[in-house]
Design a binder for this molecule. Structure first.
Ligand code: FES
Length: 155
């Protein structure tokens, strides 16, 4: 579980820091999500109603209110990437991970999501895995990255 008090202590009690705080807490949480307890603690820290924290966390697609896998794979589903093979990549990942979009693999390693443009259109199709955007992605490359991450996690 994320060290909530340690993270909150780094930020002033201001709603201006809300997005940064939510990002840091979600990144520190093994389940890659924002729990109800975390949202409540953030609301108290920045002194705004919990409903506002909740609506912010629900508005942005990069935040999740339910536990996800250790790694998040986001396939760009904007037209340039879909036309350049994004649709094939989504089908491949569904098959490889045994999940639908929004689902988490049975071993808890990967959550498959789609996203709007990642700003890497010239390298379509683009896929973001955790914090890194990969361009010109193929099924073969995705398979290698997934196997590598599984290998690292097993160590
Ligand atoms: S359309 Fe996919 S990165 Fe821009």
């Amino acid at each position: 579980m994320a060290d909530l008090s340690g993270i909150l202590a780094k930020y002033p009690r201001s709603a201006e820091c809300l997005l940064d705080i939510l990002h840091e807490i979600q990144d520190a949480e093994p389940g890659n999500y924002l729990s109800e307890g975390a949202l409540t603690a953030v609301a108290e820290h920045v002194r705004i109603p919990l409903s506002r924290v909740l609506s912010t966390a629900s508005f942005y697609s990069m935040f999740s209110l339910k536990p996800r896998g250790r790694h998040i794979i986001r396939v760009c589903e904007s037209p340039p990437c879909l036309l350049a093979g994004g649709e094939r990549l989504i089908a491949y990942l569904k098959e490889k991970l045994g999940v639908e979009v929004g689902g988490t693999s049975e071993d808890g390693s990967f959550t498959l999501e789609t996203t709007a443009c990642l700003g890497a259109c010239s390298g379509a199709p683009a896929v973001m895995i955790d914090e890194k955007v990969h361009e010109g992605v193929t099924e073969e490359r995705l398979g290698r990255i997934i196997d590598e991450l599984r290998g690292k996690d097993a160590i």
